[in-house]
Design a protein around this ligand. Sequence first.
Ligand SMILES: Cc1cc2nc3c(=O)[nH]c(=O)nc-3n(C[C@H](O)[C@H](O)[C@H](O)COP(=O)(O)OP(=O)(O)OC[C@H]3O[C@@H](n4cnc5c(N)ncnc54)[C@H](O)[C@@H]3O)c2cc1C
Length: 485
Amino acid sequence: MSAIYHTIVIGSGSGGFTVAVGLTGRGKRVAVIERAFVGGDCTNVGCIPSKTLIHLANERGAADDTAAVFRTVREKRDRLRDEEAEQLRQTKGLDLIFGHARFLDAHRVEVTSAAGERREIGAAHIVIATGSRPRTLDIPGLPAARTLTNERLFEIEEAPPHLAIVGSGSVALEMACALRKLGSAVTILLRGDRVLAKTDPAASAVLGRTLAARGIAVHYGTQPRSYDEATRTLHAAGEGSPVALPGVDRVLLAVGRERNIDDLGLARAGVRYEAGGGIPTDPYGRTNVPHIYAIGDVTPTSHWTHSANAQGRRVVQRIALPYLPALGDAPLYPQATFSDPEVASVGLTAEEIGRRYHPKLIRRVRVELRDLDRGYTDEVGPGFVLVDAVRLTGRILGATIVGPHAGDMITLFTLAIARGLSLYSLYRLVFPYPTLSEGLKKVADAYVRETLPNIPSELGAYLRYRLAPPRRKERHTGRPVPARA
Ligand SMILES: Cc1cc2nc3c(=O)[nH]c(=O)nc-3n(C[C@H](O)[C@H](O)[C@H](O)COP(=O)(O)OP(=O)(O)OC[C@H]3O[C@@H](n4cnc5c(N)ncnc54)[C@H](O)[C@@H]3O)c2cc1C
């Protein structure tokens, strides 16, 4: 055994980095093991390069030299990666070890370097923050050189003339919008009947229409079947008639993630995991082995940098500050997709509300951003603020925003839901004028206008439906209260 640490962190991405810096800041001796690049997916092949690409596409548009755009994306990514690696190297009490980590037992880890050298280290605590990788798809005939995932996308020399994207989640939509702005023809193939299937159907509808208006072809209920290199034709099929897309240069696979749990030796440490579901933990990141933690994409509960970071902070508190008051349940994780328009949401989805509550207990309020004065001055396109709240009490259950800065604006709803603030509280809050955040206030106004004059009937509905089981067939209709009385 070469060294004993207070904590070993496997993976230096969003989650691992947080834990490593947090624990060393409290005087603990920490080893961080990284098999690829410091910063993990977010810095290297995720948030940072994708948001840089989106920013440059917005700034420069199609007329620009797209090779320069991709060069800038890589330069900015590399600079941040180097800064982060340097920060870890400079951190007192922290050893950054490059290599692949595998458990030998519940307290010992073997690290194998790229050159094949092995070393063994041990610790009282071990944090698994190994993240995830893109799921792949076999498309017969498609050469590897034409196949992209988020791991290769930012390495391409210039925007492809015609990009086909398989999938319709955040990565697919963000990249579709950015590449289209840079001048690529973009075609999306998706299995289901709406884009961003995990968000509210109202958001999917607006986004679907906006993609079409931007000239992005979307084929619903369709999966790629084969590729013909001679004609560069991607053949696809599904519920509808077969689709042949000629002249496709690259295919971006954005069909979900696989958690990095294989080849970790989890069984040797006794850590329970689910083959397709990652490593389950309690709200403090503890696995079934009390001193072994898991955070970030490798768990079933995190798919974002902010959630990996939040989980990492909880682990730091748990390990280094156990005398502080317990943090309780896992926090709320808002979600944001930086497509154009942006989509952000927090709290329960319409589907979850439909499963838990009687539809007549819920009031759905929607305000269009273009009806706001700032929407008018800025000629804001389709977008809205949408809230599901309990009748009478105004308790906010879920919120979705579509439009510019949706990812920034959702934070107020995160606070409101987390702190149990009602729409009455938002009604009394003063918002700066003219801003798009006034959409949140208009939602509260509409709710109060609908509720206060009708207190007796609202009280009756509340008493009647608050404990009533949801009605299966009549689940949440999604019919909103009009924002203007
Ligand atoms: C294109 C794209 C865009 C995204 N945009 C956003 C966004 O805008 N906002 C957002 O919040 N999230 C975004 N995400 C998601 C975000 O990147 C991830 O949720 C986040 O990086 C997860 O952090 P993590 O620490 O769990 O894992 P990672 O960041 O993936 O880090 C895991 C690290 O562990 C290392 N590792 C794995 N196995 C081993 C091993 N056995 N030994 C040693 N090291 C190992 C890996 O090399 C990696 O460096 C995006 C993702 C993608 C793909």
